[in-house]
Ligand binder design. Structure first.
Ligand code: F6P
Length: 342
């Protein structure tokens, strides 16, 4: 059995832990593993690296991905999608493990429809993949946000300011909700709930007059004020999957707050800090469980599946179910965070 593995889309702490787990479990079954470099790009250009237990030794705690990644979409043209199918055959791959978010796994699902045996491992710090309670990388991201909020509290309080903290979360506000709850945010704004700027300003004013005199507002990059179509961004650049580059809502909001309340305001974009560095213990364990289960599925002859966490069990679901819709924030958790607003 010859297994190909690739990591696609935005990187995420825990990718190396998955690669290591796949290689180690594959060795147990005597399967060969080939690493594909830079996501789907490596299958268009045939850029691969042999993987064995020696090669993956020591990579468990490392952030990023030893295979590299890209946001290449082979289905952007029939020419590149054909190349991918042909190169999978040329390389003699019996099965391909794709580790990625909805875009990368969407490609894996399409390839499966075309007769290529694929398995998906769900990855995104945004935690917005359907059918799995958690994706690895999310726990690391919210730990980073929590630490940042702790630090921002002291400086924001000292200056009696309003601090708007922009976090990742394009379609869903998981990082904002969990990070904001853990870090004691005074308000959390998420894509699922368009907000009124006046209401945000009321909270800031009230806290400036009667509270501790400062406010910490966490905003997901995909959050928008009511009545605005699309996103508030600084850039109009799009990636190969057509996603516009986000970033800008934090600055916009900080300016609005200062203008409308007179409270001195600042913004911070946590950006790629949320994706960098070593995964937490939780993410390492989840990544190991996903990687091992992916190879077990191959051994059981189950393809076109995505490994997933449901409750505390690793299960598998059809790939097309995992990518068909976005998993938005659990409003029960958001309501708990709301208790601490204001
Ligand atoms: O992986 C998803 C994500 O974290 C989004 O929240 C964010 O918009 C995007 O990545 C940004 O990634 P990049 O700058 O690598 O395109």
């Amino acid at each position: 059995m010859k297994i190909g593995i690739l990591t696609g889309g935005g990187d995420c702490p825990g990718l190396n832990a998955v690669i290591r787990a796949v290689v180690k479990k594959a060795a147990y079954y005597n399967y060969e593993v080939i690493g594909i470099k830079d996501g789907w790009k490596g299958l268009i250009e045939v850029n691969t690296v042999p993987l064995d237990t020696q090669v993956v030794s020591g990579i468990l705690p490392r952030g990023g991905t030893v295979l590299g990644t890209s946001r290449t979409n082979p289905f952007k043209s029939p020419d590149t999608s054909e190349k991918v199918v042909n190169n999978i055959k040329k390389l003699g791959l019996d099965v391909l493990i794709a580790v990625g978010g909805d875009d990368t796994l969407g490609v894996a699902a399409k390839l499966f429809e075309q007769g290529i045996k694929t398995i998906g491992v769900p990855k995104t710090i945004d935690n917005d993949l359907f059918g799995t309670d958690f994706t690895f990388g999310f726990d690391t991201a919210i730990s980073i946000v929590t630490e940042a909020l702790d630090r921002l509290h002291t400086t924001t309080e000292a200056h009696h300011r309003a601090m708007v903290v922009e976090v990742m979360g394009r379609h869903a506000g998981w990082i904002a909700t969990y990070g904001g709850l853990a870090g004691g945010a005074d308000l959390i704004l998420i894509p699922e709930k368009p907000f009124e700027i006046e209401e945000v300003c009321d909270i800031v004013k009230k806290r400036a007059q009667t509270g501790r005199g400062f406010s910490i507002i966490v905003v997901a990059e995909g959050a928008v004020p009511k009545g605005i179509e699309g996103y508030i961004t600084k850039d109009v650049k799009r990636d190969a999957f057509g996603h516009v580059m986000l970033g800008g809502i934090g600055e916009f909001l900080a300016k609005e707050i200062e203008k409308k309340t007179g409270v001195e305001s600042r913004h911070v974009i946590l950006g790629h800090l949320q994706r960098g560095g070593s995964p937490t213990a939780y993410d390492r364990i989840l990544a190991c469980r996903y990687g091992v289960r992916a190879v077990e599925l191959i051994n059981e002859g189950k393809f076109g599946r995505m490994v997933a966490l449901q409750g505390n069990k690793i299960v598998d679901i059809p790939l097309e179910v995992g990518v068909k819709q976005t998993k938005t924030v659990d409003m029960e958790v958001y309501k708990i965070a709301e208790v601490f607003f204001g």
